[in-house]
Design a protein. Structure first.
Lengths: 273, 356
């Protein structure tokens, strides 16, 4: 039974729709993958479209949760239609927020070559992977690859109750320390936790995997400093660039570092001659 | 103070006597990439797990009395109203088996703010009043500067304190509880040779301190150097990640957050420890941030530790355990920051703490 009142005040159950573009649909799966609270979650909302979970569809919705990046002209057109129908458009997951893993292909200057390598002669359209906000205005971002279901539930509860939605502004280290993890740098592993936005409860470092920055930079991220720290810890430029460019959130820093490394390599070459 | 001598095998007996309660002690959790053991305070169920000769734990014991996240109260919400229930989250007494003097001093400093101030916090008091502390003498490490902060020995705030004399422990008995527990095991009066050995060891320990921080007039100097360029130098390095506060045994600043359960039938008020180095620490309603730059936040941490607390309590809030310096990836260390503020000179090269 959906809750109808909260503290005596009638509740409005917003009509929501879930959409996906170029993505693995893992973020939507995360939402479904929480049996303990799924019924409570669904009783807060009126889901009208959710391809991964139901057959019914409707174009009458207030909130659109959109997963994935935009990699084709028809996707951009479809997203614009969604934007025109939704009061609130939520970019859900790293692909929607930053381009995600998909945007890795953007680093190749020659996209025609990439297409040929992946699809051969199969006729398919593909352009640079873009985050949603490159195409339409986005009202709210939910970070992560995949999104953390507890965080989505908290955000949705706050949306329904009319409370403000606040993302942590600090980096993952705070949550990692709160969980009493040993710093991965002490164990000799690279980690972007000191510059990546928290909210994931230090999901990866807690499993002894260094952070890859899927949630993008924290508010005061000192990325140049973490690059020189990783360098001091003897991690190669390649390792650092791999981390920074993986999800797209730190793309500009990855690009800058690539340029710098390229120039220093040329200098070394010249000096060698 | 009562002094006793305890033969080493008897310590296991004491452990067993106390084991009816939850015992927290130093254990080795892993090894760092450069081969150093990493110690932490954890519940100990077997005396053999205890590493009483530990160097320093990577984290303080803070989480047992000032946890990073704590539910202050819960609400149950029904049709037309709500009920509040408060729990101080004390479920059992804790025995701390092997705490160094710096960490005991840290507790004493926290007491001043959280117990003895005008607004004592019952969540802390409930835990603090329910602990039994066995202190143990330590070996100064390169990063330790407790001697400079006057916290290299503890005078109160513990129940008993052990010093390893080789085949026996020199025991300071501070509380009635400790005296009563010791009745269960074999101890003896110290003799002249025990005193002599104890004093020898103390002198030896004093010679081992390698890091000295000049704290003379520090509070005044900090006031004079408020605009110093060196703050900017350290601020540019700072990652604003809050790790220094997380590993600090005396950092107690916090934020409070209220959340409604997803079934809308309950709500929680949660406290979480915060750090003055985090970007939004001084952000207020309306969005204004009093300390938007990293160097102003970093400076604030030093001012709270070495100036503000000094003014209020005639002592520094820093115990010189060196954990923040060890944990800081940007290698911002308290001795170096204070030296640079005193001299106005930025360090020329990075610290060689890791022997590079």
């Amino acid at each position: 039974m959906p809750v109808e009142k909260y503290l005596g005040v009638p509740l409005h159950r917003p009509k929501v729709a879930f959409f996906e573009f170029t993505a693995c649909e893992g973020c939507q799966l995360q939402i479904l993958n929480n049996e303990a609270t799924l019924l409570d979650f669904l009783s807060l909302l009126e889901v009208v479209t959710f391809r991964e979970a139901m057959k019914e569809r409707s174009d009458d919705y207030e909130i659109a949760f959109v997963e994935g990046s935009i990699t084709r002209a028809d996707e951009a057109r479809r997203l614009k239609v969604i934007r025109s129908k939704a009061k609130i458009l939520v970019a859900m997951g790293s692909c929607a927020c930053f381009g995600g893993v998909n945007q890795l292909k953007n680093r190749f200057n020659n996209l025609a070559w990439v297409k040929e390598q992946v699809y051969g002669t199969f006729p398919i359209e593909t352009e640079e992977a873009r985050p949603l906000e490159d195409v339409v205005p986005v009202d709210l971002k939910i970070y992560g690859c995949p999104v953390k279901k507890e965080e989505v539930e908290k955000i949705v509860t706050n949306l329904v109750l009319g409370k403000s939605v606040n993302h942590p502004k600090y980096p993952v280290c705070m949550e990692c320390m709160a969980n009493d993890n040993i710093c991965l740098y002490k164990l000799g592993e690279p980690c972007l936790g000191p510059v990546t936005r928290a909210g994931c409860d230090a999901w990866c470092p807690g499993s002894r995997r260094g952070c890859w920055g899927c949630r993008g930079p924290a508010d005061a991220a000192n990325v140049d400093q973490i690059i020189s720290i990783m360098d001091e810890h003897k991690f190669s430029a390649e390792t650092i660039i791999d981390r920074l460019e993986c999800f797209g959130g730190f793309r500009e820093f990855a690009e800058a570092l690539k340029k710098k490394t390229a120039t220093s390599k040329t200098k070394k070459k010249r000096a060698g001659k | 103070m009562i002094f006793r001598i305890l033969n080493k095998p008897e310590l296991r007996e004491l452990f067993d006597v106390l084991a009816a309660n939850r015992i927290i002690g130093p254990v080795q959790k892993g090894t760092s990439h450069d081969g150093k053991p990493l110690y932490v305070f954890e519940p100990v169920f077997d005396f053999n797990e205890l590493k009483l000769d530990y160097t320093s734990t990577t984290r303080p014991a803070k989480r047992y009395f000032l946890p990073s996240h704590e539910t202050l109260c819960t609400f149950s919400i029904h049709e037309n109203g709500w009920e509040k229930s408060v729990d101080f989250n004390i479920h059992e007494p804790h025995v701390f088996f092997g705490m160094h003097a710096c960490d005991i001093n840290a507790l004493d400093k926290l007491d001043k703010v959280l117990l003895e101030s005008n607004f004592p916090t019952p969540y802390y008091a409930a835990k603090r009043k329910n602990m039994f502390i066995i202190g143990i003498e330590c070996t100064p490490q390169p990063f330790c500067f407790c001697r400079s902060m006057g916290t290299d020995s503890a005078f109160h705030g513990f129940d008993m304190f052990l010093t390893d004399l080789g085949d026996r422990y020199f025991v300071e008995v501070q509380s009635v509880a400790a005296f009563n527990f010791l009745k269960n095991i074999k101890t003896r009066e110290p003799e002249e040779k025990d005193h002599a050995r104890y004093m020898e060891l103390v002198a030896e320990k004093n010679r081992m301190f390698t890091t000295i921080v000049d704290t003379t007039d520090l509070a005044k100097i900090l006031d004079m150097e408020f605009q110093s360029d060196v703050w900017k130098y350290w601020g540019d390095k700072c990652l604003s990640c809050g790790t220094c506060a997380s590993v600090c045994p005396t950092c107690y600043c916090y934020g409070v957050e209220e959340s409604v359960d997803i079934d809308l039938k309950g709500a929680k008020k949660k406290k979480h420890l915060y750090s003055c180095n985090l970007i939004d620490f001084a952000e207020v309603a309306g969005g204004h941030n009093f300390r938007p730059e990293s160097h102003t936040r970093l400076k604030y941490r030093y001012y709270h530790k070495h100036r503000g607390f000094m003014e209020e309590f005639e002592e520094s809030l820093c115990v010189g355990c060196g954990r923040c310096s060890e944990a800081c990836l940007a290698k911002i260390t308290v001795p170096e920051v204070i030296a640079s503020v005193r001299s106005g000179v930025k360090p020329k090269r990075r610290s060689s703490r890791h022997g590079k």
